[in-house]
Design a protein around this ligand. Structure first.
Ligand SMILES: CCCCCc1ccc(-c2ccc(S(=O)(=O)CCO)cc2)cc1[C@H]1C[C@H]1c1ccccn1
Length: 238
């Protein structure tokens, strides 16, 4: 494994997030708050120091793409402005490996709160499917807040959010009955998107929950449609 000081944390958090995502939305603690076709979005209402830090879990099924393709476009900084509408600036501060980056993002100001930025490592990996041999491998992309000497400390201009986010994808192939080639029509990608965002500075709880309710469904719907459009008519990446 690459000898980088962040590597042990990246390994630990990524695998923890994988287990957390695979728990699904059991246990009756998750409250369904948005639904759109196959996409179901759940939250838990939690406060830390009077701040709403509502963990979010979304499950979605997307036809015609693989988990590798889905996590690739989620991870890739080059295309982020094409689907992330709340982004104002983004800078890759460090390239730790071709599947591991440190990124600084400045998000558009969300009235009435002050503008936020997010500094996090971003990692994508294939996880061999240890349970079901026939199933495809699982792909996970994980973003987790970190420190970095190159990130400005903002001198009070901007509030830094802290976040842990993961996108876990499981592809299934229904091979054509006539034994013909597998095409995108035979692909189904089951997605679990998890996020915990601490807004970093006080935001009225009702305002924050309204922002989450508006922004998260829009974000996941737009992102998954973007990947479908990008992959359409392209060779399949398993
Ligand atoms: C008053 C609002 C304070 C918090 C603002 C804020 C900042 C970052 C983020 C965020 C940062 C990263 C990710 S990601 O999944 O890693 C993708 C890469 O961008 C996702 C969401 C969220 C929010 C919260 C608005 C909420 C919101 C939710 C989905 C989209 C935009 N805004």
């Amino acid at each position: 494994a690459p000898a980088h000081p962040l590597w042990p944390e990246i390994e630990r958090v990524t695998l923890e997030q994988l287990q957390y995502a695979r728990l699904g939305v059991e246990g009756g603690v998750w409250q369904l708050f948005a639904e759109d076709g196959e996409m179901k979005m759940y939250k838990r209402e939690e406060e830390v120091d009077g701040l709403a830090v509502d963990p979010l879990k979304a499950v979605h099924t997307v036809k015609g793409v693989t988990g590798r393709e889905m996590t690739h476009y989620f991870f890739s900084p080059d295309v982020r402005f094409e689907w992330e509408t709340t982004l104002e600036q983004m800078k890759v501060l460090e390239t730790i490996a071709d599947d591991t980056l440190v990124i600084l993002q400045i998000h558009k100001r969300v009235w009435p709160a002050s503008q936020r930025d997010a500094l996090f490592w971003s990692h994508v990996r294939r996880v061999p499917n240890d349970t079901d041999r026939d199933a495809q491998d699982i792909w996970i992309a994980c973003n987790h807040s970190t420190e970095h000497h190159e990130a400005p400390s903002n001198e009070g201009k901007m509030v830094r959010v802290s976040l842990t986010v993961c996108l876990v994808c499981q592809t299934s192939i229904e091979p054509p009955a006539d034994g013909g080639p597998v095409t995108r029509d035979h692909l189904t990608c089951k997605i679990t998107y998890c996020s915990v965002v601490n807004p970093g500075g006080w935001v009225p709880t009702s305002a924050l929950r309204a922002v989450y309710k508006r922004e998260y469904p829009k974000f996941l719907k737009r992102f998954t449609q973007y990947v479908k459009d990008r992959c359409d008519k392209q060779p399949i990446l398993f």
